[in-house]
Design a protein around this ligand. Structure first.
Ligand code: SF4
Length: 188
């Protein structure tokens, strides 16, 4: 599954494709040196789930590894509630829901259904305000949109020119490592 795309990088690719290149260059190093404050908090929010501490209920699956051969993607879900056939993605804060986050949830959904799980509803859960936000199940058109996006991801060329968006760059966790810009991020 070497050429499978990690579901967790879909949102990063929308934010800036070059960040995926930087992630691959630096992911072998000390992640704590790379991650800025919001990302660290987001990762902490996921820690209990990644360590399978969030729920001991037998009808709830956490941190399940999932994959789709059809889409060429691999990743982990946050929480699947069996009695409700509901797939949930936790985020520490959710002031806005970005398309990349929806792609991640769709991707998890397609993985689970391909693996034989029944999923009848999707939702985000905002930890900071204890709020559940339902998301529609993806349609066939949505699936095609996701497939097109994955195709673009797989064929991205990091040597091509990029027009950095300075507002994005100043909030990018790779800002201090990026050779495309000459600025600091807002977290330093
Ligand atoms: S600093 Fe800017 S150009 Fe560099 S990876 Fe981040 S968003 Fe992209």
């Amino acid at each position: 599954m070497d050429d499978y795309i990690s579901i967790s990088t879909l949102n990063d690719f929308i934010f800036c494709p070059y960040s995926i290149y930087l992630h691959n260059v630096y992911m072998g190093g000390d992640e704590e040196l790379v991650h800025a404050t919001p990302q660290t908090r987001g990762k902490a929010a996921h820690t209990t789930i990644d360590e399978q501490k969030y729920s001991t209920r037998k009808d709830e699956l956490t941190a399940l590894s999932v994959y789709s051969n059809e889409l060429g993607i691999i990743g982990k879900i946050d929480l699947y509630v069996g009695r409700e056939k509901k797939l949930i993605e936790r985020k520490y804060q959710l002031n806005n829901i970005y398309q990349g986050q929806i792609y991640q949830l769709w991707a998890q959904y397609f993985c689970m259904t391909e693996m034989g799980y029944e999923v009848e509803s999707l939702a985000f859960y905002a930890i900071s305000v204890n709020k559940t936000i339902p998301i529609d199940l993806p349609t066939e058109k949505d699936k095609q949109e996701l497939q097109n996006f994955i195709f673009r991801f797989k064929h991205y060329d990091p040597t091509k020119d990029l027009n950095p968006n300075i507002n994005k760059c100043s909030h990018c966790i790779y800002c201090s490592l990026c050779d495309k810009i000459d600025t600091e991020n807002v977290y330093t």
